[in-house]
Design a protein around this ligand. Structure first.
Ligand code: PLP
Length: 396
């Protein structure tokens, strides 16, 4: 009865992990939830003020499909400052979070049968959207190269059908931050093979020193006319529920996105747009700096606890707010004892025995990893990671 396309995707693995945690908690068990793709925080005062002012002014109508022109100008200034290149409002679409920006991008550049290169482990939504657009995800394994794709592997995967390369740095779930050379090489590959670059920099505000986030168009200005920048305020300002983000790219792409978005969601929520506009216009960096400090403190605390793990290497956690644990060693010792152990088993045992909810790497195409979010309250993080390390070490 349902359309055939419903067979192409299932509910997001991260959402499923969080639902499983809630279900166990509802049964009365105390759970520390490390599945969240968001930061525990209050709302930036400037965002609150902008929203309240818009509500008090009875702002309640549709805006232009691509967002308020003032907001698109403000975003153009933001992107110009971040990339050290001039950007204009007609190169920007305001979207309902980065997820819609990515979906729009896939729908306007991918033809049926086109291939899109995606480094793996990957954020679960990337391949799902490519498949919905009729394309074929082609995964580039990064697990044996510190979660950074090798140019040789990317090059070997290019075929006549390759249409785009999806780059996410800082990376969800692995926490890798791609360095200059990696990004410059990826840009050159895209230029040489006439590929689009979808550049998801949602975690760009969280690159942990000495690692630095580089916008790809700054490193490779010649790739700009084939690059679609995806970003949002979900992570950088802890506004996941407000659903506001953007896509920046060539005018022809933005114009196609206008047509698509006009038939799907129309404009993003008007109150969120005004709130963000107020935030960008008042230009106070204090809130974001405080959020960055919070994430950095949580990272330091987490690493100090995870260092006790005897059979799991310390995660790199170069950017974002996830620890990605490599279970390869644990799996090998389980195998030596005649047992198979995959990431789902580990996540299941952590949930039931330690009361700690994590996301199995299978959600990211990797049966040998688990993702832990450190965007939560420090006290809970401390408790959760101590329980987790104690449980994992019983598998030695
Ligand atoms: N891109 C990546 C890599 C993400 O991890 C997420 C959310 O987890 C998104 C995009 C979607 O962000 P938004 O909430 O702004 O739609």
């Amino acid at each position: 009865m349902l359309a055939q396309r419903t067979a192409l995707f299932k509910s997001s693995g991260t959402a499923a992990a969080s639902a499983a945690a809630k279900a166990v908690a509802a049964s009365g068990k105390e759970i520390i939830d490390l599945t969240a793709g968001e930061i525990w925080s209050h709302t930036a005062p400037s965002v609150r003020e902008g929203a309240v002012a818009a509500i008090n002014c009875n702002i309640n109508r549709y805006t232009d499909t691509l967002g308020l022109i003032e907001l698109r100008h403000a975003l153009a200034r933001k992107i110009s400052a971040e990339t050290a290149q001039p950007w204009s409002a007609d190169e920007i679409a305001v979207t309902t979070g980065a997820k819609q920006a990515l979906f729009n991008a896939a729908m306007v550049i991918v033809n049926p049968g086109d291939e899109v290169l995606i480094p793996a482990p990957y954020w679960t939504t990337f391949p799902a959207q490519i498949v919905v657009a009729g394309g074929t995800p082609v995964f580039i394994e990064t697990r044996h190269t510190n979660f950074v794709p090798r140019l040789a592997d990317l090059t070997a995967a290019v075929t006549r059908k390759t249409k785009a390369i999806l780059i996410n740095t800082p990376n969800n779930p692995t926490g890798a931050v791609y360095d200059r050379d990696t990004l410059a090489n990826m840009a050159q590959l895209a230029i040489d093979h006439e590929l689009w670059i979808i550049f998801d920099e949602c975690y760009g505000a969280f690159a942990h020193a000495p690692h630095v986030h580089h916008p790809i168009v700054t490193l490779a200005p010649r790739a700009r006319d084939r690059t679609l920048i995806v970003n949002s305020f979900s992570k950088s300002l802890a506004l996941t529920g407000w659903r506001i983000g953007y896509l920046a790219g060539p005018k022809a792409v933005i114009s196609a996105v206008r047509a698509l978005q006009s038939h799907t969601t129309s404009n993003p929520n008007v109150i969120a747009q005004h709130a963000l506009l107020h935030h960008l216009e008042t230009g106070d960096p204090a809130f974001q700096l405080q959020l960055q400090r919070q994430v950095s403190d949580a990272r330091a605390l987490g690493l100090s606890i995870l260092t006790a793990l005897s059979s799991v290497p310390q995660p790199a956690a170069q950017g974002g707010f996830y620890f990605y644990l490599d279970l390869g060693g644990l799996q090998r010792s389980a195998k030596a004892n005649g047992r198979e152990l995959n990431a789902d088993d580990v996540a299941g045992t952590l949930l039931m025995d330690a009361g700690v909810a994590t996301v199995s790497g299978t959600a990211f195409g990797d049966p040998a990893g688990i993702r832990l979010s450190y965007g939560i309250d420090l006290h809970l993080l401390d408790q959760g990671l101590r329980r987790l390390t104690a449980t994992l070490d019983t598998w030695n």
